[in-house]
Design a protein around this ligand. Structure first.
Ligand code: SF4
Length: 480
């Protein structure tokens, strides 16, 4: 397994491989069903869930509509509080800014809080190329990093691993990255957590630079917010001398009051908790408390293009709770790696093709990685209509005319002409009925469709002929 998504095959090919991996399917089914059941109970506890969902949607929509204003306000407040704001148009620029900032400190290693934005831009790999080691400190991210693996879930990046596999990774790989796993490590959760704690403590105490993302940025005060469950994030955010936060521009909210909504909806949607165990907030720098230097890198990387699309822009409301992944029948079977992106599942199927464009094979295939059952929309705490965006993106992919789509378009055009000419249609039906024993079970050129679907059986007699024979005009000459 390689730690990069570059050169991924399209979704159908990657998914086909994944569905034949029984261990992966079992791990995924167990994990997603457990989380989804717990989430349903946590959500049912709130009588005003529908109102909270609508409020979250409206706060996000309002902010996105006035994003320019709120980002400028955020920049001023962060600067006033002693931080430095950098603007990055794409992944390369963001990586260059971060690498230069780390090098300026004279350090060659950093500790990291779990962050989708830094995964999206491939920051760890970019830092490695500059001779800087980036250590993931979230337990699941640590498992992924030690295993030279890729994350497969937004919230639980190592969801595809069971306890035995994690114990083996710790035993084999921990020593290469620092403190080795304790001798005779078992696969009980407590032992695994203790091994990770000992391994990471060394790194927290040594690191001079911390790198994070943020769940939200409050424009009115220039405050960044991280929600997390393990406390590793708080160690990264407070112990190092320099803190660098890389955050997508859509993460801004206007006021502290807006957080009230997400403090309720995000934990319940993601980990099924009433409130998340650690909520860390930081505003610039403060004497004698936390990092001496703070840099905020505001990341675009396709977000303003997404914002320009009236239907697709709702994907920017996403608060990365991962509820949509846990209910998706496609994700449950295919797993996160098949999506070829750090954003898997239903949200990945609409976000990645918008952030990266639909030109590559994998991105063109993602809008089709869905049964359009709508379960993702039902659970989304900010009411993103994922099926609507999927259909919208399918249109875009079809318009750009890949090989398959050209054949499909020609077939549709021919079918339209035949349906417009009843005589030809009737003659065709008669020929089809008479030759039905010779019909192949798979349509040439449509193997992907017919491989898992039966072709309908052709009747011995076309319906029109049957109708003529059996529905004689009434005695008054009228048709029945
Ligand atoms: S799309 Fe909705 S349900 Fe899915 S991760 Fe984003 S906020 Fe959560």
């Amino acid at each position: 397994m390689s730690g990069t998504f570059v050169g991924m095959p399209s979704f159908p090919r990657a998914a086909k491989e994944a569905v034949h991996n029984k261990t992966l399917r079992d791990n995924l089914r167990h994990a997603t069903h457990t989380i989804r059941d717990k989430r349903a109970k946590a959500v049912a506890e709130l009588a005003d869930w529908a109102e909270l969902r609508e409020a979250g949607k409206q706060i996000k929509d309002h902010t996105l509509r006035h994003l320019d204003r709120y980002l400028v306000q955020l920049e001023s407040r962060v600067t006033e509080a002693g931080g430095t704001v950098h603007w990055a148009a794409d992944a390369d620029e963001a990586n260059r800014i971060v690498a230069d900032l780390v090098k300026a400190t004279g350090e060659s290693e950093v500790v990291k809080v779990k962050s989708m934005a830094t995964q999206e831009i491939g920051l760890n790999e970019a830092l490695e190329a500059e001779g800087i080691a980036a250590y993931e400190t979230d337990l699941a991210e640590l498992i992924v990093q030690l295993g030279d693996d890729r994350p497969s879930h937004i919230l639980v990046p190592a969801i595809h691993r069971n306890r035995g596999e994690i114990r083996d990774i710790f035993r084999e790989k921990m020593a290469d990255w620092g403190r080795a796993a304790p001798h005779g490590l078992s696969d009980t959760p407590a032992d695994l957590a203790e091994a990770a704690r000992l391994h990471l403590r060394e790194k927290f105490l040594r690191a001079k630079v911390g790198i994070s993302g943020a769940n939200f940025m409050v424009a009115e005060t220039g405050t960044l917010v991280v929600f997390e469950s393990e406390g590793n994030g708080r160690m990264c955010l407070t112990l190092p001398e320099t803190l660098i936060s890389v955050v997508g521009i859509e993460k801004v909210v206007p006021t502290w009051r807006d957080l009230e909504v997400f403090l309720q909806t995000l934990p319940r949607s993601s980990t099924a908790e009433r409130m998340n165990p650690y909520t860390s907030t930081w505003t610039g720098t403060a004497d004698g408390d936390g990092p001496r230097t703070f840099h905020l890198v505001l990341l675009d990387n396709g977000r303003t293009d997404t914002l320009a699309d009236e239907v697709g822009r709702q994907a920017l409301r996403c608060i990365r709770c991962s509820a949509c992944l846990n209910v998706c029948p496609v994700y449950e079977r295919a797993g996160g790696h098949a999506y070829g992106s750090v954003y898997p599942g239903p949200i990945g199927a609409i976000l990645s093709p918008q952030l990266r464009g639909t030109q590559s094979e994998i991105d063109a295939s993602l809008p089709y990685a869905s049964s359009l059952c709508g379960a993702c929309y039902e659970v989304c705490p900010v009411a993103i209509d994922i099926p609507e965006v999927l259909v919208h993106l399918r249109e875009r992919v079809a318009d750009q005319g890949g090989k398959g789509h050209r054949v499909e378009k020609a077939a549709m055009k021919a079918a339209g002409w035949v349906l417009d000419h009843p005589g030809v249609l009737g003659a065709g039906e008669r020929v089809a009925s008479r030759t039905r024993k010779l019909h192949p079970s798979k349509l040439p050129g449509a193997g992907a469709w017919t491989r898992s679907r039966e072709l309908p059986e052709m009747p011995a007699e076309p319906f029109r002929d049957w109708w003529k024979k059996n529905r004689k005009p009434k005695s008054d000459g009228k048709k029945p």
